[in-house]
Design a protein around this ligand. Sequence first.
Ligand code: MEV
Length: 323
Amino acid sequence: MKKIKVSAPGKLMLLGEHSVVHKHPCIVTAVEQRLYLNMHIIKDDILILNAPDVKVKNYKKPFNKLLQNDIPKGALYIETAVKNFSDEYKIDTGISISTNSEFSSKLGFGSSSASAVCTIKALAEIFGIKITPRQVFNLAYKTHFDIRGLSSGFDIAAAVYGKTLFYSKRGEIIKKIDVESLPLIIGYTKTKAHTADIVEKVAEKLEKYPNVVNSIFDSISYLVQKGKKALLDYDLKLFGDLMNFNQGYLESLGVNSLILSKLVYAARNSGAFGAKLSGAGIGDNMIAVAPKSKMNQIENAILNAGGEPIKIKTNVEGVRLEN
Ligand code: MEV
């Protein structure tokens, strides 16, 4: 029986969230924590899924009923990815999938996107179909879009290509930025961000105040372009300043919160080069780039301000075969 194991990394937005949804650029890095997916072929024409991290146990769905009836939340990305793949490449036998994640889906590191990318990569491998990273991206982005609607797809790109990416125009432009892993610390707010709702709120603001919001988006684009250059020069002091500017713009878009601000100031006041929220905002995470000598101090400050510090390696490999 053929068995495949693949993995894909989580992501962290460094600069450019929200404006990226509206086709502006962002910089994203892939993080060390990975989602693992095992797949084997079975005789019956069904999908079997076990994903304990998202509370899915022995879920079964006939292939001809994919995306029909009730689907548990934890199965949605994988079932949609299987359906999109089989519509494109015509699968003629059932499969069993199990996943386990090194990161909690709570953390907002993009476990759903990583699971869609892993599903598509594993299906291509198991059925011996040659598929380029671009094709994996396109199918996984379609999956993401089918489920979430308005979204940029940057997290799909991070899961597929890994490393640190300049990402723009919903994936028309994806370029690797040749940079080392950044000295970065995450502060988890212990509250969940409801990304789709927050993205919707920003879209409403854009509609109501197009001149204001478009000029904020243009300013963020400028920071992202500058940020790319700062990373290439490994000028972390400049990159930190750009993060601080970006945080100000995110505040004016209405996606900051008290807890995020507390963690951002805790990091800045303990010697970070710069700190900002990362991702949708309101909850989830903030990030700080800092001299290595200040890391412990910043960790303690985040803890004392009510957050959970997480140390993480960035700039890691994208989706890969594990066996
Ligand atoms: C969420 O992690 C980042 C957003 O820019 C949404 C997206 O890019 O799809 C807010």
